[in-house]
Write a protein that binds this ligand. Structure first.
Ligand SMILES: CC(C)(COP(=O)(O)OP(=O)(O)OC[C@H]1O[C@@H](n2cnc3c(N)ncnc32)[C@H](O)[C@@H]1OP(=O)(O)O)[C@@H](O)C(=O)NCCC(=O)NCCS
Length: 171
């Protein structure tokens, strides 16, 4: 797709990224948050991530249309070579290769940092409903992740219980 560029996040992206994310918080079970974070909260989350990990934005024609970042998987020292990833693409720009581009660059940067394992968390339900599809799970398996753990019915949102699947990729 033309007109797409990947760049590092800026604090000034906070409002737009919060807007992208809020759709998923308010209308889907993709995120287990109940309340959409404000732009100020998003800005402080960006600052926290970028102190140590890559945080990337995809722009199309000058507007942010998706973002991906990594974070610590677990705090114990022996996990220092692993990271957790998150990715959100604006609802109107999905299935255009943006997620693939963001993950490719994120993984490249993590490899350069010496990270060897990437772990993603995907909300899951056996029976897709109006709040959750298998999109995230299918995207991650397409990106080379494999399921390594499944917590049954561990998250409750919109009055329904959802699984959390952990997927791992060796970088
Ligand atoms: C999951 C997500 C990041 C994928 O980003 P994207 O830009 O839509 O993905 P891409 O266009 O790069 O898709 C690459 C491949 O992944 C797979 N894929 C992506 N979305 C899919 C879906 N909804 N259903 C099935 N497969 C899917 C396909 O194989 C796709 O290739 P194809 O379009 O040629 O068939 C995006 O849909 C999104 O933001 N979803 C909501 C938030 C979310 O679930 N985030 C992950 C939780 S951390």
């Amino acid at each position: 797709m033309s007109g797409l560029t990947i760049r590092e996040v800026r604090l000034s992206d906070a409002a737009r990224l919060a807007e992208i994310y809020s759709h998923y918080v308010l209308n889907t079970a993709v995120s287990f948050e109940y309340e959409a974070p404000s732009a100020a909260e998003f800005e402080s989350r960006i600052a926290k991530v970028t102190a140590k990990f890559p945080y990337l934005v995809c722009e199309k024609d000058g507007a942010a249309v998706g973002y991906a970042y990594a974070g610590e998987y677990l705090p114990r020292k022996a996990y220092s070579w692993s990271a957790a990833s998150s990715i959100y693409v604006h609802k109107d720009f999905r299935r255009q290769g943006i997620g693939t581009m963001l993950y490719a660059e994120l993984q490249k940067r993590l490899r350069e940092m010496g990270i060897v394992d990437l772990v993603a968390g995907s909300a899951y339900t056996d029976d897709e409903d109006e709040y959750l599809t298998h999109g995230s799970y299918d995207f991650h398996t397409k990106m080379g992740f494999s399921e390594c753990a499944r917590f049954r019915g561990i998250g409750k949102k919109f009055g329904r219980w959802y699984d959390l699947v952990r997927l791992q990729k060796k970088l």
